[in-house]
Design a protein around this ligand. Structure first.
Ligand code: AMP
Length: 296
């Protein structure tokens, strides 16, 4: 596995890799402090592509003032060992000055779908994400890029950017990886106290409860689904809700209050909840297809 820290070196490396035109390049962009969620993306990349590149870069421009950029967890040795164990070919770990040698005057900004959910509570966050991801696409020139559905809005935003700007890369969304007790893996879970971590289980539990209530026909409107999620989450004393939303996916358009869930709907239940100073996100899709007489 090669560890590369400069843009000029990785460009040379990628030119060599792509001199064989049959080679497909897969990119897994990350901010490091790698866990099983990141590993699952690397495995998918390993399956689908010939040259697997993982980028590790805590991107300052996607953090707002007062957010956790300085304290974001980092562990280079652990990250390199994990990537190596997953059979990654190249780890690209640029410094901030390598990626942003001068203050940026150009940014990539996707409109509309970036101003709701996480975009509402983190203004400018998605401009930072789309700008760095498009820089990485220009530097690495991947054929495929792998993203986790843990950040479902990010997947929708990046797919929109790729479509709008005719970027020649296929986005591959990958499923959310969870702990055995349901907590979605996140680098930020290390911030949680044992009590906060226990109460944070309400996120996945409420999503599961809503999913099964919808599938069994007990909840039929958007209002009822939101109410169930709200009620379950607020039963945890440490939970402070940022948002509880139900939207069309991947369009991220709102549902009418009285929207009745029907076959063919593709919806997302999206949550952001703070436990102490740690803001966690989680989500689940509600995709209703008729199979025989039952909903799945
Ligand atoms: P991050 O390092 O948090 O920026 O995440 C890098 C990539 O890993 C993003 O595409 C995330 O959506 C994905 N990811 C993070 N946590 C998980 C998880 N629990 N399951 C699946 N993918 C994840």
């Amino acid at each position: 596995m090669k560890v590369i820290r400069t843009i000029s070196e990785i460009r040379t490396e990628m030119r060599n890799a792509q001199s064989n035109h049959n080679n497909k390049v897969g990119l897994v962009p990350t901010m490091g402090y790698l866990h099983e969620g990141h590993a699952s993306l690397m495995r998918e990349a390993r399956k689908q592509t010939d040259v697997v590149v993982v980028s590790i870069f805590v991107n300052p421009i996607q953090f707002g003032p007062g957010e956790d950029y300085e304290t974001y967890p980092r562990n280079e040795a652990h990250d390199l060992a994990l990537a190596e164990a997953e059979g990654v070919d190249i780890v690209f770990m640029p410094s901030v000055s390598e990626m942003y040698p001068t203050p940026t005057k150009t940014k990539i900004s996707v409109s509309d779908i970036t101003t709701l959910l996480c975009g509402a509570s983190r203004p400018g966050h998605f401009d930072g994400v789309t700008t760095v991801v498009s820089k990485l696409f220009h530097i690495v020139k991947p054929d495929y890029a792998f993203f986790g559905m843990k950040d479902a809005q990010q997947v929708a935003v990046i797919e929109q950017m790729v479509r709008d700007l005719n970027m020649d890369v296929k986005i591959v969304p990958c499923p959310i990886i969870r702990e055995a007790d349901g907590l979605a893996l996140s680098s930020r879970n290390v911030y949680l106290s044992p009590e906060e971590r226990q109460q944070a289980l309400v996120l996945s539990a409420s999503l599961r409860a809503a999913q099964s209530a919808v599938l069994q026909g007990q909840l039929t409107t958007a209002t009822e689904i939101r109410a169930l999620l709200q009620e379950q989450i607020t039963s945890s004393p440490l939970a402070e809700i940022d948002y509880v939303e139900l939207l069309h996916f991947p369009e991220l358009t709102p549902l009418e209050a009285a929207h009745r869930i029907v076959e063919g709907d593709s919806l997302i239940m999206a949550l952001a909840v703070k436990f102490g100073r740690t803001r966690l996100i989680d989500n689940a899709l509600l995709q209703l297809q008729k199979v025989g007489d039952s909903h799945v």
